[in-house]
Design a protein around this ligand. Structure first.
Ligand code: ARG
Length: 566
């Protein structure tokens, strides 16, 4: 709400200068780093430069306008070119808290998205290969962005663009035909298929013909050989089971699973359009589009007529635009594919479509293990599902030590264990690499998911069995630093979400939650929440309840479940 006051002042001052002098001043309204200067500060340098009047005249004129903006402005102090305001903390805080108590988990919802459609392409694992750490990052970042954008009033479409087309299927088929054991595959398909895949790669090092056989097998699928197509379908289904296990654990859902294979028969019109627009050029038997001096050409069709990754992505863009009429298409994919998306955008521009602004590659960094890229082929950790299970196991042990009598320990351990991994991923800006340290991320103290969940549990246990009536509150306490700091944070929830949406960065919400939890824990260490003074007790309980709402909702936006006990 302090945000609203700031915005109001900014708009009113801008309007004032505009109508009175016909100039755009671009007023800046900020919060001073040092709260003893005031709650809001307006530097008047721009106006001084443009109006060419003595400074005292400018500040006194502006002060009059500001005073009339909102009855929450209590006092104005002018220091040099700064107009510093003190707001009525008691009234402002009361309004903020009342508002949260009314809105509950809907608090923070805005409609800047105006129900416009945003398409998010994330997770998108390569079927028949193992689910990589990069795909896990894409899943968690994409899921959180979806929830954040929904909270801002966008209508989202989440697409799992499966990598379900390509020579890896040829490899699987060759491996299956040579070494596959039907009974074993039926019993334990995921492990058996990945064993076959690994075996293929090992054997291919010794026998060069295997790669050719795999290419031939895939070509047969592309040409629609019924037997091979049937096998492709079956391998796709079985492999997808591994990904689905992970989605179930993380509680992630998609609106569409249309992957690369879906576009296999939808590329011809695009190739034709490229041709008609004179963009397609033959190069050593292949078809390419030149993209200027700075970007390497895009390979659209292989010599043998086979299509490529970018060809399928082009078909997908047009299909998505037609189906969903998106205002933005977000691709959550690692840094390594930067060139691919640059090329994709560039081809579209060359074709005369102005999708440049709408298509956004939301990139991210690597997950490291002892400083090196963590890979699912590592000897140590093989499957991500196992990593998640391990985190759940560690969480289970911790809970058992701390709270042995807890019911549904397994359910809670699942939320805490997966929450730890998700929070650890989202807390730093997505473009950064990070070290995968399970022990660290599962700690109940420090910058972790469990710390946030635990703060929520602490509040829950305070509120349990206690009634309060916020209409009978003591609002004077909001003048105190540890109260007002907390209320101010609560009041900036929606602007924080909007910023996260604008920057497409879940870390903005994650960092905010850490500040909120820290601020609450400080408050808790100073105040006896269940105070003997009835009015103060009402205030304290209401404030705590609001923190609880916001922590729960904030965690939800990151894709993390809250718990009531742990
Ligand atoms: N399957 C791809 C990979 O793992 C990611 C797909 C990303 N989405 C897209 N539309 N290209 O590398």
């Amino acid at each position: 709400m302090i945000e609203q006051v700031k915005l109001l002042i900014k708009n009113q001052l801008n309007d004032y200068y505009n109508s009175k002098y016909g100039i755009e001043v671009n007023i800046i309204v900020e919060e001073p780093k040092n709260p003893s200067l005031g709650d809001i500060s307006i530097p008047m340098f721009n106006a001084l430069k443009l109006l060419k009047k003595p400074l005292p005249e400018i500040t006194s004129e502006a002060s009059d306008v500001v005073l009339k903006c909102s009855d929450l402005v209590k006092e104005i102090k002018v220091t040099g070119a700064y107009i510093n305001l003190i707001v009525d903390k008691a009234r402002l805080s009361h309004q903020i808290i009342k508002n949260i108590l009314d809105e509950k988990e809907n608090y923070g919802q805005t409609n800047i998205g105006n129900n416009k459609n945003i398409v998010l392409d994330y997770s998108s694992p390569n079927i028949a290969k193992s689910f990589s750490v990069g795909h896990l990052r894409s899943t968690m970042i994409g899921n959180s962005l979806k929830l954040i954008l929904q909270k801002c009033g966008y209508n989202t479409v989440s697409i799992n663009y499966l990598g379900d087309w390509g020579t890896q299927f040829g490899k699987m088929i060759v491996a299956y035909e040579m070494w596959g054991d039907d009974a074993l595959i039926r019993k334990d398909s995921i492990n058996e298929l990945s064993r076959l895949y690994v075996k293929f790669h090992n054997e291919a090092k010794l026998d060069e013909t295997l790669e050719d056989k795999a290419r031939e097998a895939f070509r047969k699928i592309e040409l629609g050989d019924p037997k091979y197509l049937e096998m492709w379908k079956w391998i796709r289904e079985e492999s997808l089971k591994e990904s689905k296990q992970i989605y179930d654990l993380l509680n992630v859902e998609f609106d569409s699973y249309n992957g690369e294979a879906y576009y296999n028969d939808k590329m011809d019109p695009i190739v034709k359009e490229l041709e008609e627009k004179g963009l397609l050029i033959e190069d050593q038997g292949a078809q390419i589009v030149n993209l200027g001096d700075d970007i390497p050409p895009a390979l659209i069709k292989r010599k043998d007529g086979g299509s490529l990754y970018i060809t399928r992505d082009l078909a997908a863009v047009f299909d998505r635009k037609k189906t969903y009429n998106f205002v933005k298409a977000i691709y959550v994919v690692g840094n390594e594919q930067k060139l691919h998306f640059t090329q994709l955008k560039s081809v579209l521009t060359k074709m005369g479509y102005n999708y440049g602004e709408e298509i956004e590659h939301v990139n991210f960094g690597l997950v490291l293990r002892n400083g090196k890229k963590m890979s699912t082929r590592d000897g140590g950790v093989v499957k991500l599902y196992d990593v998640l299970e391990k985190a759940i196991g560690v969480a289970y042990k911790q809970i058992e030590e701390k709270n042995p009598n807890l019911e549904n320990k397994m359910e809670i351990a699942t939320k805490v264990g997966t929450g730890a991994i998700v929070f650890n991923d989202l807390k730093n800006h997505r473009t950064l690499d990070y070290e995968f340290d399970l022990e660290q991320m599962l700690k109940f103290e420090g910058q972790t998911g469990p710390y946030l969940q635990y703060t929520g549990v602490r509040i829950e246990s305070i509120l349990k069995n206690l009634e309060f009536n916020f209409d009978n509150s003591n609002d004077e306490v909001f003048e105190l630093g540890h109260y007002f700091e907390l209320v101010k944070l609560l009041g900036s929830f929606s602007s924080t979400i909007n910023r996260a949406a604008f920057e497409l960065a879940p870390s903005v919400v994650a960092k905010y939650l850490l500040s909120l939890a820290q601020s609450f824990n400080k408050f808790y260490s100073i105040e006896k929440i269940n105070s003997d003074d009835e009015k103060i007790r009402n205030t304290n309980l209401a404030l705590s309840k609001c923190v609880r709402y916001v922590i729960n909702e904030g965690l939800r936006l990151l894709g993390i479940a809250f718990v009531n006990q742990m």
